[in-house]
Design a protein around this ligand. Structure first.
Ligand SMILES: [Cu+2]
Length: 135
C-alpha cells in the first residue's frame, strides 16, 4: 500500500517541519527580547535608604541619594523608630504613617527631575532630614 505509506511519511515530515518552525520561533523571541532588554539601559532602579543609622543615630542613611528619573527610593526602618517620611513640597511622595518595626518600608517613585527635601516628623528637631536628587 504505497499511498498509505506516503501519506504517513508526509505527515511525519510536516510534523518535523512544524517542530523546527516552533523551535526557530522561540529562539527568535528569545533573541528579540534580549535585544530589547539590552537597548534599554534606563531600566528603573530602586535605591534604599535606612531610617536610623546602624549605630543608633537619628539619621537617614544616606542622607542624600541621587537617582534617575523613573527610579524608586525605598526607605527601610532600621533603628530608633518610629520614623516617617514627609516631603516639604511633594505631598504625594510622603509617607506620614509611622513605622515601628525594623524592616517596615515605604517606596516612592520619582519621575520628574529636581531636588526633593524631606524629614522624619518625630525627629526633625534632631536633624533627621534627607534629600532625593532626581536627574
Ligand atoms: Cu525618625
Amino acid at each position: 500500500m504505497p499511498t498509505k505509506r506516503n501519506s504517513y511519511s508526509i505527515y511525519r515530515e510536516l510534523n518535523q517541519m512544524a517542530r523546527k518552525i516552533s523551535l526557530l520561533l522561540s529562539a527568535l523571541v528569545l533573541v528579540v527580547s534580549t535585544f530589547f532588554f539590552n537597548v534599554n539601559p534606563a531600566a528603573a532602579e530602586t535605591v534604599e535608604v535606612k531610617m536610623g543609622s546602624d549605630n543608633g543615630m537619628l539619621k537617614f542613611v544616606p542622607e542624600t541619594v541621587t537617582i534617575k528619573s523613573g527610579d524608586t527610593v525605598k526607605w527601610e526602618n532600621n533603628k530608633m523608630s518610629p520614623h516617617n517620611v514627609v516631603f516639604e513640597k511633594a505631598a504625594d511622595k510622603s509617607h506620614k504613617n509611622l513605622v515601628f518595626s525594623p524592616g517596615d518600608s515605604y517606596e516612592s517613585t520619582f519621575s520628574e527631575a529636581g531636588e526633593y527635601s524631606y524629614y522624619c516628623e518625630p525627629h526633625r528637631g534632631a536633624g533627621m532630614v534627607g534629600k532625593v536628587v532626581v536627574q
